[in-house]
Design a binder for this molecule. Structure first.
Ligand SMILES: NC(=O)C1=CN([C@@H]2O[C@H](COP(=O)(O)OP(=O)(O)OC[C@H]3O[C@@H](n4cnc5c(N)ncnc54)[C@H](OP(=O)(O)O)[C@@H]3O)[C@@H](O)[C@H]2O)C=CC1
Ligand SMILES: C[C@H]1O[C@H](OP(=O)(O)OP(=O)(O)OC[C@H]2O[C@@H](n3cnc4c(=O)[nH]c(N)nc43)[C@H](O)[C@@H]2O)[C@@H](O)[C@@H](O)C1=O
Length: 315
């Protein structure tokens, strides 16, 4: 990309898309275009085609998707597979038909088999059964990866697929039913502290392990890959370190300053036991995460405090 390139960031109001826009602007890219889902529903093929024909973006970051935590994925299984397949299909195909120079598709580490060896290497894709709680979402993501790869092979396009680990940061989803664990814990501990509640419920047994990457690190990695990587192989994006949900809960409790108890609600699913990513490939390409979990947690909590009303008023 050069600084004048026309760049479309799909999903610019979300956790990832907003971080990509922030980091593009910081790096001097100014010709960025975006639409809210209300202005352009990416599930609608005709509207997507019209948008690409009119705007002719040169680069596309595909960060628009139906996204949610373990319970939302498990409950709204049809929505997760349908919306994601439609969005990907429409955007990737319109990119091809309108000669987009390069597209970055965002997958997720849930595409790897539930019981794959750790850390997860890119080559483990499609080597075993998926985690049942998010299988429909993972299947859609795998279809997206294969769509990029197939267009590259048949049409000579330059579409790349990045697989981020669990993310957190500004503009995260703090709705307790549909969010991921980290924003949920920030909100739960904060509200318990404010209301003087004696305990906070953490879902599952606390034993699963997850890896957490700050959204600005992820955005930098995406821009780095857009500028420096070409190929059909997927690329993991992570920090290469994980933590149990129990230890994470104690860390968030400390950052927020909640002094009560933590209770584990074992009626809620644990999901996959572990998904630590192997980051050898992206590190070798020249990118490494810089925000530690301690620093990121404090940043995320500060952002939450500054935006609490707008993030929770409708949830
Ligand atoms: N969050 C995480 O932990 C992880 C996320 N990812 C991937 O990163 C990408 C972005 O996720 P994240 O930022 O967390 O998600 P968010 O839910 O924060 O944001 C998703 C964005 O997608 C847009 N969107 C959703 N549906 C449509 C639609 N029908 N038409 C147009 N736009 C739509 C929304 O737009 P609007 O606001 O205008 O409604 C929203 O801004 C996804 O592909 C996700 O799979 C991968 C690994 C982990
Ligand atoms: C990024 C990834 O995110 C999803 O997978 P996940 O990692 O399992 O997602 P999660 O963040 O919701 O949970 C992580 C762990 O944390 C536990 N947990 C405790 N307490 C809360 C809690 O209060 N909320 C949530 N959501 N989880 C909690 C929870 O029980 C689980 O053991 C995919 O569906 C898919 O979307 C995907 O790709």
């Amino acid at each position: 990309m050069n600084k004048e390139s026309k760049i479309y960031v799909a999903g610019h109001r979300g956790l990832v898309g907003s971080a990509i826009v922030r980091n593009l602007l910081k790096q001097g890219y100014e010709n960025i275009i975006f639409r809210t889902s209300r202005e352009l529903d990416l599930r609608e093929k005709v509207a997507v085609d019209q948008f690409f024909e009119t705007e002719k973006p040169e680069y596309v970051f595909l960060a628009a998707a139906k996204v949610g935590g373990i319970v939302a994925n498990n409950e709204y299984r049809a929505d997760f597979i349908r919306d994601n397949l439609l969005i990907q299909m429409n955007v990737i195909d319109a990119a091809y038909r309108n000669n987009v120079e390069k597209l970055l598709f965002l997958g997720s580490t849930c595409i790897y088999p539930k019981l794959a060896p750790q850390p997860l290497k890119e080559e483990y894709l499609l080597t075993g059964e998926l985690e049942p709680t998010n299988e429909p979402y993972a299947i859609a993501k795998i279809a997206g990866i294969k769509m990029c790869e197939s267009y590259n092979r048949q049409y000579g396009t330059k579409y790349i697929s990045a697989m981020p680990t669990n993310l957190y940061g500004e503009n995260d989803n703090f709705d307790l039913h549909s969010s991921h664990v980290l924003p949920a814990l920030i909100r739960k501990f904060h509200e318990a502290k404010q209301n003087g509640t004696s305990n906070v419920e953490v879902w599952g047994t606390g034993s699963p392990k997850r890896e957490f990457l700050y959204s600005d690190d992820l955005a930098e990695a995406c821009i780095f890959l857009m500028n420096n990587y070409e190929g059909n192989e997927i690329v993991n994006i992570g920090v290469g370190e994980d933590i149990s949900i129990k230890d994470l809960a104690y860390k968030v409790k400390e950052v927020v300053g909640f002094e009560g108890e933590i209770k584990f609600d074992t009626s809620k699913p644990d999901g996959t036991p572990r998904k630590l990513v192997d980051v050898t490939k992206i590190n070798a390409l020249g990118w490494k995460a810089t925000v530690s979990l301690e620093v990121g947690l404090n940043k995320a909590y500060t952002w939450y405090l500054e935006n609490e009303l707008t993030t929770t008023v409708n949830n």
